[in-house]
Design a protein around this ligand. Structure first.
Ligand code: ATP
Ligand code: FE2
Length: 328
């Protein structure tokens, strides 16, 4: 079974082509283009225009790389939500057109669940707690009683958004996460920032304001270091709490911020200290990508979750626990 998946919830438009062979996921192609605003934050309609322009190129490139003929594709999958309306509609329109043109079934995939499924497919974990950390999303997710449930999440902005906004104030280009990581390595002094864990949840806007405030009086390396240490400790704490509650013994990372080596280290140490296992797929599958949509779509289709065209309307606020998981 071969599935072509289209990702388009936010900055990235991506196409992945995957095949299921002996029960395992093999990625045949995974091609992405990221929209980078020249200044300021993401403008949803500009991002959508970027996706429209890039789509024909990444379609051609992904088919060529995959080595399969377009007629050999069995299913078309796309990110149905959550995400930015104009971006979601672009990916959905492309998916519907392909499905109609090729006369293939279509499935809409929950983006957050796709991060978890690609991690399960490409690492050796089977039933992990996922720490999903990206620009717009920050969630701790695990499978329980037939659904993926959110055990903890941000009460305001996503961690990536916090890093990018701080970076913007400090004059860094988008995305600021990797630049902050580099600068943090040079940091020597820890400057206390408001540590904000509320039960299983976290909040970042207070820390962001405090860190921006410090730009006037402290050096940038120390602020980056302190910002990372504070935010990542919070994330590690709520992940550990979810592992304790659910009694799960595996932790998996997902989302662009999980490319950060310091965050990986903190979560790995936490896991080791509780006798649990740590998993993290390669960066290409941490950031938003088409392969994760393709693989999850394939699993959904196999379990009978094909959609009628009328059911493919995008869902901007699609919640992780709304999906009845029939493939596990
Ligand atoms: P989503 O729709 O899932 O919220 P997104 O558009 O934010 O997705 P991702 O590719 O998952 O896309 O993540 C991008 C984010 O990851 C940006 O905020 C970026 O700053 C951050 N990021 C990337 N690399 C690093 C890094 N090394 N350290 C910290 N943050 C990073
Ligand atoms: Fe994502």
């Amino acid at each position: 079974m071969i599935c072509l998946g289209i990702e388009g919830t936010a900055h990235t438009i991506g196409i992945g082509i995957v095949v299921k062979e002996n029960g395992k996921c093999r990625v045949l192609a995974n091609v992405s283009r990221m929209y980078k605003p020249e200044k300021g934050g993401i403008h949803p309609r500009e991002a959508a225009n970027h996706h429209v322009k890039q789509f024909p190129y990444i379609l051609k490139e992904s088919i060529e790389k995959s080595g399969v003929a377009i007629e050999e594709i069995d299913v078309i999958a796309f990110s149905i939500g959550p995400g930015l309306g104009p971006c979601l509609r672009t990916a959905a329109t492309a998916a519907r057109s392909l499905a109609l043109l090729l006369k293939k079934p279509i499935v809409g995939v929950n983006h957050c669940i796709a991060h978890l499924e690609i991690g399960r497919a490409l690492t050796k974990c089977s039933d992990p707690v996922l720490l999903y950390v990206s620009g717009g999303n920050t969630q701790v997710i695990a499978f329980m009683a037939g659904r993926y449930r959110v055990f903890g999440e941000t009460l305001d902005i996503g961690i990536g958004n916090c890093l990018d906004k701080f970076g913007r104030e400090a004059g860094m280009p988008f995305p600021a996460g990797p630049i902050i990581e580099k600068k943090a390595k040079e940091g020597k002094k820890y400057i206390p920032l408001p540590y904000s864990v509320k039960g299983m949840d976290v909040a970042f806007s207070g820390i962001l304001t405090a860190a921006i405030h410090m730009l006037k009086k402290e050096n940038i390396e120390d602020i980056c270091y302190s910002l990372q240490e504070t935010c990542f400790s919070m994330l590690t704490e709520i992940t550990e709490r979810a592992m304790a509650h659910t009694e799960k013994e595996e932790v998996l990372l997902g989302g662009g911020v999980a490319c950060n080596k310091r965050l990986q280290e903190m979560v790995r140490i936490m896991a080791e200290e509780r006798g649990a296992k740590f998993f993290c797929p390669p960066n290409e599958f941490l950031v938003d990508n088409g392969a994760m949509i393709a693989w999850t779509g394939l699993l959904m289709y196999e379990s009978g979750m094909e959609m009628m065209m009328e059911e493919t309307k995008v869902r901007q606020n699609f919640r992780t626990d709304e999906v009845e998981v029939k493939w596990r």
